[in-house]
Structures are given as structure tokens and as C-alpha cells.
Design a protein around this ligand. Structure first.
Ligand code: SF4
Length: 302
């Protein structure tokens, strides 16, 4: 009798499915994926793969982005209920009000947003490309939605622009506390602190490196340090330990866990593949407008 991993490998061939997984899902799920990465990498991969069907192991906004960029493909979620609370935090009414209040404004939307919100943005960004993209925008006023922490971090690198920050946040990263990071550092002074810019300014101030998930992985690989205190979702441990057998990675006393990402299992993957289930649908008008913002990101990030 076949095990779940063997079933998944067979279904990939049989049904022409490529499996994309985010670094935050369980290691067991990452192992059966064809591509593993952060939001920016996965959005690029989604436009390049030849398969007719894409199975997304991540939260809903990721599957929506893949569908918007590939309207002709079937995009399925490993778990239809896996969602990101921050994706729903930006308000379309507020975007309209800010557009009225400011001339020369660009609405810059973190990719962690619903398709409906992206449809009201001028450009999308990820944590890996936000600084680069905002610098290239001609507008002086930037309404950065929804993540206030990422927005504040980006603003510090682009002082020539006027930032209006939204009030959204990722509870997984925002809940990380500076005092617990300080305690971990005091217990292991040679450890380097690596933080995702969704963390608060107090946590970022303690970091030796701040960057996207892929940036954190790259930095840890190149660093000569042997131990690290990692301030992002715990799923990244899989890639960090795989790439760096001699190094140790701690995630603080309260290990940051994203319940949406952790709701994905290889059994769920196999079931969605078998039944071609959990297909993402995006309203055509919404898809057209959000496609502009996503493609502008891919263009400006080059
Ligand atoms: S880690 Fe935070 S931003 Fe990322 S999917 Fe989970 S809740 Fe959303």
C-alpha cells in the first residue's frame, strides 16, 4: 500500500499538478513540495511553471495571487480554510478616503492582502522587495497597507517620501517581545538575532539582521556565527536546519506559530490533489485590477 508521500508524487504526474509551499508550513509539507519559498519567490514561480494545475500550501491570499497572475490555470489550496488575519485588515473605504486627502499618492499594498484590497492598490510589495519598489515610485506620498510594522521599516530606508501608515499587523510577529529576545541574547551572547520586518520596532532594534524569510535564510547560511535567535514564524526552522547542519536556531520562549500555515497537512494536500478540490475563484473585475498591482510589483522588482 502506498504512503501519502508516494500518493502525492503519483498525483503530480497523473493530474499535472505543481505543488508550491511557503517556508512557514510544516517541514513534512515542505518536503513534498516542488518549490518552497517566500511570497515573492512563489509569486514569480507561479508565473513560470508549465503545469496546468497549481496546488498552494499556504494561506488564501497566496493562492489568490497565483490565480490572479495565472487566470487560465486551476489554482487549488491544500486547505481551503487556511487564512491570514492581516490580509483582511486594510479597509477599502479608508483607501478611498486617503486617496481623496492626498495628491501625488501611491497606495502600496503588502502582498498579504485579499484580492479585493489589491484591486484598490497601485502596486503590491513583499518584504523582500518593498524598499526597492517604493524607491522607484514617482509619487511622493505613500499609503502603505496594511502592515504598520513593515511600513515603518520601509519608510526608514526611503526618507525622501512621506509615508501614511495603515494600522494592520501580523499577530504572530507583533506578539514577539523585545524583553524575551533580550533574555535569550543574554543567555547566549554570541547568538545573532535575525528578525522579519513584520516584528515591532523594539524587536527590530535588537536584530543583527532584518529581512524577508528568504533573506533570513540566506544571511544565516553566510554568517560565521554558530547560533541564532530567529524572530519569525517557526516553519522556517526546516530550511535553516537543512542548510546549516552545524548551527543552532532558537525561536524564543513563545515559539511563533501561524495557525493558518500550520493547518496544512500532507493528508490535506493529497485529498485536494485527488479531488482537484479547493479551487480558488476570483471575480473577473477584481482579478483584472489586482493583476495590474501584482504585475507592477514583478516589473519593478526586477
Ligand atoms: S505569519 Fe502572519 S502575516 Fe504570515 S500568514 Fe500567518 S498571520 Fe499572516
Amino acid at each position: 500500500m502506498k504512503n501519502t508521500t508516494e500518493t502525492i508524487q503519483e498525483l503530480k504526474e497523473e493530474k499535472d499538478i505543481v505543488v508550491l509551499a511557503h517556508y512557514y508550513v510544516d517541514g513534512e509539507v515542505q518536503r513534498i513540495a516542488d518549490y518552497v519559498g517566500d511570497s515573492y519567490y512563489l509569486s514569480k514561480v507561479a508565473t513560470q511553471v508549465p503545469q496546468k494545475n497549481i496546488l498552494f500550501c499556504g494561506v488564501r491570499f497566496m493562492g489568490e495571487s497565483a490565480k490572479i497572475l495565472n487566470p487560465e490555470k486551476r489554482v487549488m489550496m491544500a486547505n481551503a480554510l487556511a487564512d491570514c488575519p492581516m490580509a483582511h485588515m486594510a479597509s477599502i473605504e479608508k483607501i478611498k478616503a486617503v486617496r481623496k486627502a492626498y495628491e501625488d499618492l501611491a497606495v502600496v499594498c503588502y502582498i498579504n492582502s485579499t484580492a479585493a484590497v489589491k484591486a484598490h492598490a497601485d502596486v503590491c510589495v513583499t518584504s523582500a522587495n518593498a524598499v526597492k519598489i517604493v524607491r522607484k515610485l514617482p509619487q511622493r506620498n505613500i499609503y502603505f497597507i496594511p502592515d504598520q510594522n513593515l511600513g515603518r521599516y520601509v519608510a526608514a530606508f526611503v526618507p525622501e517620501k512621506n509615508f501614511i501608515l495603515d494600522d494592520g499587523f501580523c499577530h504572530v510577529h507583533a506578539d514577539l517581545r523585545a524583553d524575551t529576545i533580550e533574555q535569550a541574547k543574554a543567555a547566549n551572547p554570541s547568538a545573532q538575532v535575525l528578525a522579519h520586518p513584520e516584528c515591532t520596532a523594539e524587536v527590530l532594534a535588537l536584530a543583527d539582521y532584518v529581512g524577508s524569510t528568504s533573506g533570513i535564510i540566506e544571511f544565516a547560511g553566510m554568517s560565521e556565527a554558530e547560533s541564532f535567535i530567529v524572530c519569525t514564524e517557526e516553519g522556517v526552522r526546516h530550511e535553516l536546519e537543512k542548510n546549516n547542519p552545524g548551527k543552532t536556531f532558537a525561536f524564543g520562549d513563545e515559539v511563533p506559530i501561524c495557525s493558518g500555515m500550520k493547518s496544512i497537512t500532507i493528508e490535506g494536500v493529497a485529498s485536494a490533489m485527488l479531488n482537484l478540490a479547493n479551487e480558488i475563484q476570483v471575480d473577473t473585475a477584481v482579478s483584472g485590477k489586482s493583476n495590474l498591482a501584482l504585475n507592477r510589483m514583478l516589473e519593478l522588482a526586477k
